[in-house]
Design a protein around this ligand. Structure first.
Ligand code: FES
Ligand code: MG
Length: 589
């Protein structure tokens, strides 16, 4: 199809004299709420606003307000805005997990961006999975796209102390277990962490992924950290609307921005911000859909040695408002640049390079964002482990507490390794039912293992690996045990768990062979995780593998669970729909 007098993609729908019947049919229905033929056949680009906020998605709900400013920006720059809803993705509301729906939202958004007359799109992002699903879809379709973060909530407070969304729950849960809070007091304390519209004000998966969208160059510089209710956020919405029109005119597409160098920048930023352990899953997924080579190993080689600069909960003390006031993502990237850890030549959404965007940026509060020569922690990225338990799993080095280090990593002869006997749980329900059973014999030398929590076992992957010790042990002062699992953990958890183990037990990964009482050895220096079980015994267990896989794979409850289980890959490679990866840059086809 060719369009008359315009190179805009949408004109093949709206202005195609060679096919007047279809042109009329496409055109007339978009006129019926007030658009004119003149507008639809002009050289004004049609800009989609992929609306991820709704009453079902409170974290992103403020986008319903921001979209009005986005539309004004699009109009002011000469475009025509068309807003449409995306599949709801609320981290805290969706059963069994929002992780299950990330690929569903991706598939659905690809279909919309490809199949409708859109020349560019504003991706409204916020809550954990809304960011990766939108960027994955933009990567596949490859029309000009810019992300607009909804911004974090204001800081939470309780009795003069900051309470963070998602982090306060871990502390409150321990207080409940110790009897220091009753049920009503527990709920009130947790709610204090969420005082306004916006996404989690902590360095959870949402702040991480919104920061990384900016670090990748897919949103305006300085935009990620602006709190949702601030007036600056409205201004940013307007500027984003103006920017996407310019991007369409310049034909600046995701493939121009999402290069391997951009991903490596984002990996280093993830270490410096103390980002979520969900980040490798999502970034690897985006990379696969744009066709950039990125592996789990890149997270180790590129990110492990990068220092922690951002003092946000759970690794640190502060919250979202503080992060913004201290300078946000540009201040972090500016510090990393000083140490040569940022590739400044990478192009960003606004048409300028990272280096150009960073001119003149500085830290405004060095308690919240530390200078590169005075980091909170050295070598604070993710480490990637492997062995006979799994081929790949990650551990977040920035959240290893002094208590944990003192108990497990203090042997002077062997400061990087520890061993323990495992207690194995088959899925989240089994863990919840049995964790406080005294005859499990869990003590401070135990290692807790959960399996059946990966993308196939617990469809989408459960955020459960950060298991709490039994209540009796917490009362005795043991606040965290080493945990291993093939699931994920919440980005707001402060546990140094070994997680995202791939391949997962449900598809025959090493964890499926493990039994309660086995001894496991973790060596952080050698980056190994092994069960100390002899080969002959492992062979015997392999014969029973099918039975184990069956126990840990509950029946699907919905059609999508079954479809996703058939098609999904493992966490190490992004947990994408494998058959979707070959569809690349499809808007150009
Ligand atoms: Fe939505 Fe944390 S639950 S951002
Ligand atoms: Mg989460």
């Amino acid at each position: 199809m060719t369009a008359a007098g315009s190179s805009l993609r949408s004109r093949s729908w709206f202005n195609n004299p060679a096919n007047p019947d279809m042109t009329a049919l496409y055109l007339e229905r978009y006129l019926n709420y007030g658009l004119s033929i003149e507008e639809m056949q002009s050289d004004r680009p049609i800009i989609g606003i992929a609306q991820s906020g709704s009453d079902l998605v409170p974290c992103n709900r403020h986008h319903l307000v921001l979209a009005e400013r986005v539309k004004e920006g699009i109009r002011d720059a000469g475009g025509i805005p068309i807003e449409f809803p995306t599949h709801p993705l609320q981290e805290t509301g969706k059963r069994p997990t929002a992780g299950l729906d990330r690929n569903l939202a991706y598939i659905s958004l690809v279909e919309v961006l490809y199949g409708y007359p859109l020349d560019g799109v504003v991706l409204t992002i916020g809550c954990d999975k809304t960011t990766p699903s939108a960027l994955m879809a933009a990567a596949t379709v490859n029309i000009p796209a810019i992300a607009l973060s909804v911004g974090p909530m204001l800081n939470g407070w309780h009795e003069g102390e900051r309470t963070g969304a998602g982090t306060i729950v871990w502390k409150a849960r321990q207080m409940l277990a110790k009897g220091e809070l009753d049920y009503a007091g527990f709920l009130k304390l947790v709610a204090s962490g969420s005082p306004s519209t916006g996404y989690c004000n902590t360095m959870g998966t949402a702040t991480t992924m919104n920061s990384l969208a900016e670090a990748l160059g897919m949103s305006l510089p300085g935009s990620a950290a602006i709190p949702a209710p601030y007036r600056d956020r409205q201004e940013c919405a307007w500027e984003t609307g103006r920017a996407i029109v310019e991007m369409v005119k310049a034909d600046r597409k995701p493939s121009d921005i999402l290069t391997r160098e951009a991903f490596l920048n984002a990996i280093r930023v993830n270490s410096a911000i103390g980002g979520s352990t969900n980040a490798p899953i999502h970034l690897n997924a985006i990379a696969r859909h744009i066709g950039v080579e990125l592996t789990l190993e890149d997270w180790e080689t590129t990110g492990a040695d990068v220092p922690l600069l951002v003092n946000l909960q759970p690794a640190g003390e502060y919250l979202g408002e503080d992060y913004y006031r201290a300078g946000g993502v540009p201040a972090v990237m500016g510090e990393l640049s000083k140490a040569g850890l940022i590739d400044g030549a990478v192009l960003t959404a606004n048409g300028r390079t990272v280096a150009e965007n960073l001119v003149g940026v500085r830290i405004h509060d060095d308690k919240v964002i530390r200078p590169i020569d005075r980091p909170l922690k050295e070598a604070a990225g993710l480490t990637v482990l492997s062995g006979n338990l799994f081929e790949g799993a990650v551990m977040k080095l920035s959240v290893i507490s002094d208590e944990f280090r003192g108990r497990y990593l203090s042997d002077p002869a062997n400061p990087d390794a520890f061993e323990g006997n495992v207690v194995v749980f088959d899925g989240p329900e089994d863990y919840h039912h049995r964790i406080d059973e005294p005859d499990l014999g869990i003590d401070e030398n135990s290692i807790l293992v959960i399996r059946g929590a990966g993308p196939v076992g617990y469809p989408g992957g459960a955020e459960v690996v950060n298991m709490r010790p039994p209540a009796a042990l917490i009362r005795a002062g043991v606040h965290a045990l080493p945990c291993i699992g093939d699931g994920r953990q919440s980005g707001t958890s402060g546990s140094p768990s070994i997680l995202n183990a791939s391949p997962e037990a449900a598809v025959g990964g090493g964890l499926a062979l493990l039994r309660t009482g086995d001894r496991v050895r973790i060596d952080l220096k050698a980056r190994s995780a092994n069960m100390l079980v002899d080969e002959a015994e492992l062979d015997r267990r392999r014969a029973d593998l099918a039975a184990v896989e069956d126990t840990i794979t509950p029946e699907s409850q919905t059609p999508w669970q079954e479809i996703q289980r058939d098609l999904v890959g493992q966490f190490a490679t992004g947990a994408v729909i494998e058959s979707a990866v070959k569809y690349q840059r499809i808007a150009q086809i």
